[in-house]
Design a binder for this molecule. Structure first.
Ligand code: C5P
Length: 397
């Protein structure tokens, strides 16, 4: 139920705007208050009268409406909701959001708000797949904007593909998920994930086989429990976690800087497979292949991010969790690692090639803490993530 939840619903200009009328009805049925905002283009598809009649509230349309400003200023309007929903979200409005435009009421509200934002895109398939739209979607995801849809199917323009706005009940479900309160609501948690790339020259780098799957699953699980997650990731294949603030980095040094800028947090989970070494003096230009001349590389040690944060004298997160991917003497090595780095927990796993864990979908971990070593059965990485998120919630309670 959405009893007494306040939704600021921005309806932009697309044929899918007619579905937003039904969305308003569904939200009201569930006890939510809907404050509608209609863009000028949106008003070409649905009338302000039908929107306000269904919402049972005034519809806001204009940034420079003096009556509105006297009534409720646009900044206050942007902060008055529990969730801002944009449905339909057009390519144009998403471009404005991604680039920080604020030249009408909808885009200004989206810039000014301090509430979570959920968008339901709706557009032609070619527009959805256009590189500019891909860039904007990825920027918005990185900013922590949540998405529902678009769905694949026949489009009003006669084409077929992804771009149809989600159905009203799907949007309602996404709203319920976004507003779900969990044991980690109000907690800010950092998760590092993925490999790092350490440059040899502008085209070559040293890396490892981390897919980022486990870190991504942990970030998702923490978000599901209500946490405000900042996800600092190296160049990983895994999809970025929905609803998390994503910070993309390449090298260990960049990851350390990003981590410092994210602190303070209530908990920090270091799931990244950070390269232990970097090339001491990476070449600024491509190293040329010359017959018989094999270049030799000098290495320098990378900062140990987990140890650095675990040993902070002030501002240390109350819970610091490290990972230990080992191929031999897993428990003994991980136990020693926990003491050496001074983190609170270590999640240890055996990544010998025959386990298929590195890059796979399953994991078999041992949680090492002050209480000793607790073996968890082999399970999906999502299940490991959920179990770990529950433990983190219990530890922070
Ligand atoms: O020492 P090792 O790499 O095995 O330790 C693994 C743990 O330490 C992981 O949690 C990893 O994210 C973290 N780590 C780090 N910075 C490094 C190396 C590892 O944060 N430079």
């Amino acid at each position: 139920m959405l009893t007494d939840k306040r939704i600021l619903l921005i309806i932009a200009g697309g044929i899918a705007a007619f579905k937003s009328l039904d969305l308003i009805r569904r939200l009201r049925e569930r006890g939510a208050w809907v404050t509608p905002v209609l863009t000028a283009a949106g008003a070409e598809f649905v009338t302000p009268l039908s929107v306000s009649a269904l919402a049972g509230e005034k519809v806001y349309t204009d940034l420079f409406d003096l009556t509105d400003e006297a009534d409720m200023g646009h900044i206050q309007l942007s902060r008055s909701a529990d969730l801002v929903v944009v449905a339909p979200a057009t390519a144009d409005l998403m471009a404005k959001m991604a680039n920080g435009h604020a030249n009408d009421l909808a885009s200004t509200l989206l810039m000014a708000t301090d509430t979570p934002v959920l968008v339901a895109p709706a557009m032609n398939v070619r527009m959805w797949e256009h590189p500019a739209c891909r860039r904007n979607v990825s920027t918005l995801r990185g900013d922590g904007v949540m998405f529902v849809g678009p769905n694949e199917g026949d489009m009003a323009c006669g084409e077929y593909g992804p771009g149809r706005m989600s159905e009203p009940l799907e949007i309602v479900a996404a709203i319920e998920t976004a507003l779900a309160e969990g044991p980690l609501t109000g907690r800010r948690i950092l998760v590092t994930s993925g490999p790092t790339h350490e440059p040899i020259d502008p085209v070559r780098y040293i890396a490892n086989r981390s897919s980022g799957a486990q870190g991504t699953a942990i970030a998702r699980a923490l978000t599901t429990l209500g946490a405000d997650v900042v996800f600092v990731t190296g160049p990983a294949d895994a999809d970025r976690p929905e609803g998390a603030h994503v910070v993309e980095v390449e090298t260990a040094a960049e990851m350390l800087d990003a981590v410092h800028s994210v602190l303070p947090v209530d908990a920090a989970i270091f799931a990244a497979a950070v390269a232990d070494w970097r090339v001491a003096s990476a070449s600024g230009s491509k190293i040329k292949k010359q017959a018989g001349a094999i270049p030799s590389l000098d290495f320098a040690e990378n900062p140990d991010i987990l140890a650095t944060v675990s040993q902070m004298q002030t501002g240390r997160p109350p819970l610091v969790v490290g990972f230990a991917a080992e191929t031999d003497d897993v428990i003994a090595n991980a136990t020693a690692k926990r003491l050496r780095k001074q983190c609170d927990w270590i999640v240890a796993n055996d990544v010998s090639p025959e386990t298929g864990i590195m890059g796979g979908t399953e994991n078999a971990v041992t949680l090492i803490s002050d209480d000793g070593a607790e073996h968890w059965p082999r399970m999906g990485k999502d299940d490991v993530a959920h179990q770990l998120a529950e433990r983190i919630a219990a530890a922070l309670a």
